[in-house]
Design a protein around this ligand. Structure first.
Ligand code: IPE
Ligand code: IPE
Ligand code: MG
Length: 266
């Protein structure tokens, strides 16, 4: 668990220097909204609203410091287990977010993407989501990828299904085998093929995973893609998570040595 520096001992050294690389892709599990609200005697839905406001500042910060991609876990495929009023509040918040953030995304040159299954998401939410995705599609700054009705196992299952469907088509199969110069169809299956069928196939793997809210687990988030990510957990609840905490996580990331199974450089 990280100790978050207090105001007086905040490290204000710059995070973007030629020696210190900014993570290209940061993924965040936004947890702790409900507990934040419950501590204050407020409804859980209020926690979600405050969590969303906190995250708006993180998105702006990420865009400003030059992060290429930010993937935020907003709603998991398991979150449908929540009570109906909380689900309604969350879907409503998503819809409002898609409408209200359009201007800010355009101003900050942010491109929106959404990963997850579209089934079960109310049609009015999908409509607003699609509008924002298409409006921002030519933006060239930060790519903001929101994981909504997302689960990593369903994503991998969807990828496998796509591959099977593709390879069951005789013409497709023959073309792929000739391109890869293999005589056995099973030789086509490799990591790259599976990666290419994930929801956000163009994204580099996340370099840094942040989870707010005190839990140290992945909760079915990006299991394949996080294989070599640096993991930063904090007790700070999502509505209290500030750009300064975000920068602290990046500084910590910059102090890590990534070996990918090799040996250190010294
Ligand atoms: C995260 O906050 C947001 C969602 C999962 C939608 P929680 O709602 O899980 O908050 P806690 O973990 O109960 O505090
Ligand atoms: C993970 O939080 C999902 C999101 C933040 C969207 P949860 O609150 O659903 O995770 P668990 O249930 O504590 O593992
Ligand atoms: Mg939670």
């Amino acid at each position: 668990m990280k100790d978050i520096p207090q105001k007086d001992d905040v490290d204000s050294s710059p995070i973007a220097t030629p020696q210190k690389s900014i993570p290209r892709h940061i993924a965040i599990i936004l947890d702790g909204n409900g507990r934040w609200a419950q501590k204050r005697g407020l409804p859980r839905s209020e926690g979600h609203i405050r969590g969303s406001s906190a995250i708006e500042k993180i998105i702006e910060e990420a865009a400003q410091i030059g992060v290429e991609r930010l993937t935020l876990y907003c709603f998991s495929s398991e979150n449908w287990k929540r009570p109906k009023p909380e689900l309604d509040a969350l879907m409503n918040l998503l819809k409002t977010y898609m409408i209200e953030q359009r201007a800010t995304m355009m101003k900050n040159n942010i491109r929106l993407r959404v990963i997850g299954r579209r089934n079960r998401i109310p049609i009015d939410v999908l409509t607003e989501m699609d509008k924002t995705i298409s409006l921002t599609s030519a933006n060239s700054g930060l790519t903001l990828s929101l994981a909504i009705n997302y689960g990593s196992r369903p994503e991998i299952a969807d990828a496998v299904r796509d591959i099977v469907v593709e390879l069951l088509d005789p013409e497709n199969r023959a073309k792929k085998m000739s391109l890869a110069n293999v005589s056995n169809v099973s030789d086509l299956i490799d990591e790259n093929y599976i990666s290419s069928k994930l929801y956000d196939a163009e994204a580099p793997d996340p370099d840094l995973l942040i989870r707010t809210g005190g839990e140290q687990r992945l909760s079915n988030f990006l299991l394949w893609q996080l294989s070599y990510a640096e993991l930063w957990f904090t007790d700070i609840l999502c509505p209290d998570f500030t750009p300064e905490h975000f920068r602290e996580a990046i500084r910590w990331y910059q102090s890590r040595e990534r070996r990918y199974g090799g040996l250190n450089k010294n």
